[in-house]
Design a protein around this ligand. Structure first.
Ligand SMILES: [Zn+2]
Length: 458
């Protein structure tokens, strides 16, 4: 047997086991889900205490043992794990009961600018992830044999030969470059997609939007074979959702998760609210007062405990994401807890003069006001002030500037002074994403948790 086969077999069985669990559990009652989660959490805590030096220390320092934490609510007895904590204690977060060869080092840049490294279990972590993803995509009819166009921040091909895509996964996926999409090349992209006849488009919302805007403006017909656009890895703003649904003439399906594997939640057949997998992790929403959010419609910062990656346990991991609690149960019949929406990273907020946080969801780029804008990006370094970088289209005039400023004035309710600067180009991030806001305030000035502390002391 080859080395490769040795890795594939355990992965296949981890996939099958997880997928089989999810086939049963997604119709469990609330009580059954809670019981499953409580048991998985208690297994995780016992394991962390026995095998993970960092957590042995955390428990000992607080005179706690795993049995003191009986429910997810009791997790508040343990400290929050920040990205900095994770980086500083990585060696001590490795579970001692795994062989060295089982550790796969993974890094994520994310939009926070703080690169984070952690470990997956070789042959297990990615397979489990796939089982959860497949379970979500099943809800819009995805099958492994389906043709899929992938628009997710890859650099493929070069301008020299005018080919900006390549096939993958035995020809079933057409991976297209997100770095070469321009007014000049987009007709070729569209032609290639049409000939490929995909059933699904997997995309970063910001990348799919470039294609969708072009199609809308040139009144190009939707791809008749596409059943849904599968959007992940970035926050999906409402204006992006309606633009994508309109241009592609199909359902937009999005999910919310992270590479650290602490949280995963996705839409269902009937609702765009995110259904949180309790089998994947324990999620806490911490409100501005530092207490758990309990009322639907309220926002909190997402703090998560992974139940699926015991090789490097992340307990009460601070994601820096902000989400709004949803009201369940969903009409689809699943009893998963819901998030009404994810407002994005803590850094996705503009901070006003009086320190209110304004989500980027408030800025609707789909509206007519931005018709003559090719791209924009906000940059904030001072509370109550933003610089808006704009790439103009040929028809842009002074009237557009006035309209944009008055629109933003309304959105920001006078709490933010906006300066506009015209630029030739807005570079994408290293991972090929468009960033609508570069938040350059010190992080603790825009974090809900810190804000809660600040409010108490003030
Ligand atoms: Zn549902």
């Amino acid at each position: 047997m080859t080395m490769r086969a040795l890795h594939i077999l355990p992965a296949y069985s981890a996939y099958i086991r997880t997928y089989a669990l999810l086939q049963r559990s997604h119709w469990w009652s609330r009580e059954e889900l809670l019981a499953y989660q409580a048991e998985a959490l208690s297994r995780l805590l016992d394991h962390a205490y026995e095998n993970v030096p960092y957590y042995r220390r955390v428990f000992d320092e607080r005179d706690l043992v795993p049995a003191d934490i009986r429910t997810p609510g009791d997790l508040a007895l343990l400290p929050i794990l920040t990205r900095e904590d994770l980086q500083e204690n990585l060696a001590d977060l490795k579970a001692r009961n795994y062989p060295g060869s089982a550790f796969e080092y993974v890094t994520t840049g994310g939009s926070t600018g703080i690169p984070v490294g952690f470990y997956y279990e070789r042959g297990a972590s990615r397979a489990k992830e796939w089982a959860f993803m497949k379970t979500q995509w099943d809800r819009v009819g995805y099958r492994f044999t389906d043709r899929c166009v992938v628009l997710r921040g890859y650099i493929v091909g070069s301008a020299r030969d005018d080919v900006y895509w390549k096939k993958a996964l035995f020809g079933r996926w057409l991976v297209m470059s997100s770095h070469h999409m321009t007014e000049e090349t987009l007709p070729a992209y569209i032609d290639r997609i049409r000939r490929f006849r995909p059933r699904f488009i997997q995309a970063y919302p910001s990348t799919a939007v470039v294609l969708a805007r072009y199609m809308r403006e040139h009144e190009i017909e939707a791809f008749p074979t596409v059943q849904a656009v599968l959007c992940g890895s970035e926050n999906l703003y409402p204006w992006q959702r309606s633009l994508l649904a309109g241009a592609f003439g199909c359902r937009v399906f999005s999910w919310y998760g992270n590479s650290e594997q602490t949280v995963l939640a996705g839409e269902c057949e009937e609702s765009p609210h995110y259904h949180i997998f309790p089998e994947y992790g324990v999620i806490e929403l911490i409100g501005r007062d530092g207490r758990p959010v309990e009322r639907p419609g309220e926002a909190g910062e997402v703090v998560t405990t992974s139940l699926i990656n015991p090789i490097c346990p992340l307990i009460r991991y601070r994601t820096m994401d902000v989400a709004v609690l949803g009201e369940g149960p969903c009409s689809c019949g699943r009893n998963y807890p819901l998030l009404e929406k994810v407002e994005g990273r803590v850094q996705d907020f503009i901070v006003t003069k009086d320190r209110r946080l304004i989500s980027m969801t408030a800025v609707n780029m789909h509206s007519g006001v931005f018709d003559n804008v090719a791209q924009f990006q906000f940059y904030q370094k001072v509370e109550g002030e933003v610089l808006m970088r704009i790439v103009r289209r040929p028809g842009y005039t002074e009237a557009d500037t006035e309209q944009i400023l008055s629109e933003l004035e309304k959105k920001f309710e006078g709490g933010v002074d906006v300066a506009i600067r015209f630029v030739a180009k807005i570079p994408r991030t290293r991972r090929g994403k468009y960033q609508f806001l570069i938040q350059d305030l010190p992080p603790d000035r825009c974090g809900l948790l810190e804000q809660a502390c600040g409010d108490e002391s003030g």
